[in-house]
Design a protein around this ligand. Structure first.
Ligand code: 5GP
Ligand code: MN
Length: 338
């Protein structure tokens, strides 16, 4: 961060802080936000975390969860509360996203806020809207950028088990449990530091990965046995899920998370895609191996983006039309898939 001393000066006296993370937050989005929130509370600030949407139960256990205001479609009052918090804030932190479109209704609130804006993120191609930014695509998670920030502020002594637990959750999931190719010595070093501050790896893993409902497991089984399609000619695997199918398995927010990875676990598959109907739009998830860049694909065709090997996007077409669109663009990438 270029102007760290200015941020340090700002944080030297108690401030009204709002931390915003992206729509449908994952463990890195929520974990980095709550890690930072717990730290800033300890420093004497007044802190709220805003999630532009609901989030899964398997993320609702993190220390500080009560600080989160989640905007719910069915409750317009939450939007007004978010607006008031953001317009009164001295500092707005934007975590794990770098494009205001990713926070939906909250985007215009942040854009017009008088607060100092701090962007902390690791996604590709950021938008320039912040006064301070800590942006590093080489970082496997936003959570570890929070560790770096706390360190640079000279406050590592304030790191406790609650802060470390939230940050460990983000680091663990964004590395796919320390399996993805963003896992380097550095990630293990940060993980070790967090564990030494009190994060418990098996408890965090249990809360996030092993608290499935039976319905969610059945949905996974159904998707794998009935909906997984392999296109050998393109080294590609995809799954689609309709609203009806999701409802049939009583699907809750987060139940589809991780499904896309099964496609990529097939030997020889270089591109895996999940498309499902969210009701108001189709959500797409892309995962790839090595040099195949799904950020470019998601950005060009599906109003999305993310990382080189893990990206997301959306489509306002029907599920079937979205699938047809995807199938029609695949030949464009054929050479890169071999
Ligand atoms: P997922 O497929 O799990 O939703 O997302 C994969 C990665 O892409 C995550 O890092 C996520 O933050 C990012 N991502 C998901 N959807 C979008 C999107 O619409 N736009 C951008 N820029 N990134 C996205
Ligand atoms: Mn992340």
């Amino acid at each position: 961060m270029k102007n760290l001393p200015a941020l340090q000066a700002l944080l030297a006296t108690p401030k009204k802080v709002v931390i915003v993370t992206h729509f449908k937050p994952d463990a890195d989005a929520l974990g980095s936000s709550l890690g930072l929130a717990n730290f800033l509370v300890k420093k004497g600030h007044s802190v709220s975390v805003i999630s532009p949407s609901d989030y899964p139960d398997f993320l609702a256990w993190m220390p500080g969860n009560e600080m989160v205001l989640a905007l719910l479609k069915e409750n317009k009052e939450t939007e007004a509360r978010a607006e008031a918090l953001i317009s009164n804030a001295d500092i707005v932190f934007c975590l794990d996203f770098s494009n205001l479109k990713r926070i939906h209704e909250v985007g215009p609130m942040v854009a017009k806020a008088a607060a100092a804006k701090v962007l902390i993120d690791h996604h590709l191609e950021p938008e320039a809207f912040a006064d301070f930014s800590m942006w590093d695509v080489a970082s496997a998670s936003t959570a570890q950028l929070i560790v770096e920030l706390i360190d640079k502020l000279g406050d590592l002594h304030l790191m406790d088990a609650n802060i470390a637990t939230c940050l460990y959750a983000g680091l663990m999931t964004d590395t796919g449990g320390f399996r993805h190719n963003n896992t380097t010595r550095k990630e293990f070093e940060v993980a070790a530091a967090l564990v030494s501050k009190g994060a418990n790896p098996s408890l965090v893993a249990k809360q996030i990965y092993d608290t499935n409902s039976l319905e969610r497991l059945r949905l996974t089984g159904f998707a794998l046995s009935e909906k997984l399609v392999v296109l050998q000619a393109f080294n590609t695997a995809y799954m689609t899920l309709t609203q009806h199918e999701l409802k049939k398995f009583g699907s809750q927010t987060g139940d589809t998370e991780g499904l896309v990875n099964y496609g990529l676990s097939i030997k020889g598959i270089k591109l895996a895609v999940l498309m499902y109907d969210r009701g108001d739009e189709i959500k797409l998830s892309f995962r790839s191996l090595n040099d195949f860049n799904v950020n470019t694909l998601a950005r060009k065709h599906f109003e999305g983006g993310g990382h080189k090997n893990a990206s997301g996007g959306q489509s306002k077409l029907s599920l079937e039309e979205t699938l047809q669109k995807f199938l029609s663009i695949l030949p464009e990438y054929k050479n890169q898939l071999f």
